[in-house]
Write a protein that binds this ligand. Structure first.
Ligand code: TIU
Length: 228
């Protein structure tokens, strides 16, 4: 047992380092860099970059203290057989999923744009979960991976706050996990949506989970690892 506490809202988040995982949601070039899926939807992708440094700090700390780390990527098989027509046809993007853009085919596995950004690249021992939807539990092996490692609590980072992060936190909540989101480790193309999405998570006594900041999480993890 390596128990600890993270100062959070609506109240402190108690955890054990050995049954807590850090999940980095979709920190892919397709969302964060120009020329990818995010930009085809009409977004200013530079708005997501503020989350990179705090995510890096937290990732480095998680690795140092030996916490389990998982990465996810949103995307589809090259033959697009797992792409629902509803998702393919939604909206009026400049390029559709599977079309060729400056970073390869949009949101397709194996293409440069689908890859995780270099700053947060996974290392050996960190599973990468490929997901076809917004939630990380939907049609993936994430639940099995967490159960096999006896994981009970999640620290959820990544992009975008109100889409894939929120969906994953809600899915985690319904599966019995406690989830904490460090506010500066997530970002949205709509800053107002980020603010309200975080409010929703911690409202009503933590209806979906907890909200904190990377410096408080780093402090909590380091303290738990040294037992001080
Ligand atoms: N469009 C948008 O804000 N997000 C997504 O489509 N996926 C994720 O959030 N990863």
């Amino acid at each position: 047992m390596r128990k600890g506490t993270i100062q959070a809202e609506p109240y402190d988040f108690e955890f054990d380092l050995d049954s807590t995982a850090l999940i980095m949601i979709d920190m892919q070039r397709d969302f964060v860099e120009p020329g990818g899926f995010g930009e085809t939807l009409g977004n200013d992708v530079s708005l997501l970059r503020s989350s990179i440094e705090p995510c890096k700090d937290l990732l480095e700390t998680a690795r140092k203290v030996g916490m389990f780390v998982i990465h996810t990527r949103e995307g589809h098989r090259p033959d697009l057989s797992d792409l629902q027509p509803a998702k393919r046809d939604r909206g009026n993007p400049t390029l559709k999923i599977g079309d060729v853009g400056p970073m390869g085919r949009i949101l397709v596995r194996g293409e440069p744009g689908h890859d995780i950004i270099p700053e947060l690249y996974p290392i050996k021992g960190e599973p990468v979960v490929d997901k076809p939807g917004k939630g990380a539990f939907y049609e993936t092996d994430l639940l099995g991976i967490l159960r096999n490692r006896n994981i009970k609590k999640l620290i959820v980072c990544g992009v975008t706050t109100e889409v894939c992060v929120h969906t994953t936190v809600r899915e985690a909540n319904d599966r019995g996990f406690d989830a904490l989101v460090p506010a500066d480790c997530t970002a949205s193309y709509f800053p107002e949506f980020k603010r309200v999405a975080l409010e929703m998570i911690k409202a009503q006594g933590g209806i979906f989970g907890w909200v904190s900041d990377s410096d408080k999480v780093v402090k909590g993890l380091e303290k738990a690892s040294t037992g001080s």
